[in-house]
Design a protein around this ligand. Structure first.
Ligand code: SF4
Length: 292
């Protein structure tokens, strides 16, 4: 099936194999500290979606070194890396702290680009200025957790911002020189396939440069766990999930890069859907079905 994968895009753009290394800043999220909400989005683990990232107690350079070391078994000498600030809301901090972290990452010899995960409601002008400076130094991606374009679903998952903020965030980020990658979750409570595809259409209409799809995971200790026990959430089966992914790929404009067809929840706290834990069989399935 034809779609533009991140692998292909990175190879064209950086002319070599590129991996992402997950990093953490000492930040939280406005949806956890009470300023917008409490307890976070219903699916978010205690690590703030940064379960695979390094510890924020370490210097950025040390985090990168450790992550690169861990990958050394599968990478070659000319592999380049994207410094991915992944945990919680990486722009929810003092602008000077973010500036310093991005500067440090961009000086690391193995780093070819920066990526920052955040929310559309955490991009004030001072932060946009920091992002502008960073994008002047090297390619910059900003990953926005949209998950759904429906404000009704957003309320059910305790996202705590209105969808309209996403529109402005995308245009502000483009103006700051960043490429936008939008996170979308399939299988959120109460959503039909039509609703999920509406989210994909909406993100594309607003000008997202890339998408990351994932299914809704039920992780231990999250609010979703209780809803799942109460029968209010039905995790998607593998075929069912990839049927939706296929429909989503069919409506994506050619220029939109697919950074992820599905994620993999942290195994030690994953309750459902368990097919996502078998990474090898998921990769084989994707290769068979989508040919990448
Ligand atoms: S906005 Fe991100 S970090 Fe904050 S609660 Fe939601 S998923 Fe977690």
């Amino acid at each position: 099936m034809k779609y533009r994968s991140a692998n292909t895009y990175f190879r064209e753009r950086f002319r070599r194999k590129v991996y992402k290394v997950g990093l953490s800043l000492d930040v939280t999220c406005p949806n956890r500290d009470g300023s917008k909400g409490e307890g976070g989005c219903i699916f978010c683990s205690a690590e703030g979606s940064g379960d695979f990232a390094s510890s924020c107690c370490l210097k950025v350079t040390d985090q990168i070194d450790m992550a690169v070391d861990k990958l050394s078994g599968k990478t070659g000498a000319d592999t380049a890396y994207i410094a991915y600030f992944q945990s919680f809301t990486s722009t929810y901090c003092d602008p000077s702290y973010l500036r310093q972290a991005l500067l440090e990452a961009s000086k690391h010899p193995k780093i070819c680009a920066l990526s920052v995960a955040t929310r559309p409601d955490c991009l004030p002008e001072e932060i946009l200025e920091v992002l502008r400076e960073a994008s002047d130094r090297m390619p910059l991606f900003v990953e926005l957790g949209l998950q759904t374009s429906s404000d009704v679903t957003a309320e059910l998952i305790n996202r705590c911002y209105k969808t309209e903020l996403y529109d402005k965030a995308v245009s502000d980020l483009h103006e700051a020189g960043a490429e936008v990658i939008t996170h979308i979750i399939f299988g959120l409570p109460g959503e039909s396939t039509g609703d999920m595809l509406d989210t994909v259409r909406y993100a594309c209409e607003q000008g997202t440069d890339g998408v990351k799809f994932t299914c809704l995971y039920i992780l231990k200790g999250t609010k979703a766990e209780k809803k799942w026990h109460d029968g209010l959430i039905r995790p998607l089966q593998m075929d069912e999930y990839f049927d939706i992914v296929e429909e989503a790929l069919n409506i994506l404009p050619e220029n939109v890069i697919v950074h992820r067809l599905t994620g993999d929840g942290p195994k030690r706290i994953l309750l459902a859907p368990l097919w996502t834990a078998d990474k090898r069989s998921v990769v084989n399935y994707i290769n068979r079905r989508f040919g990448h």
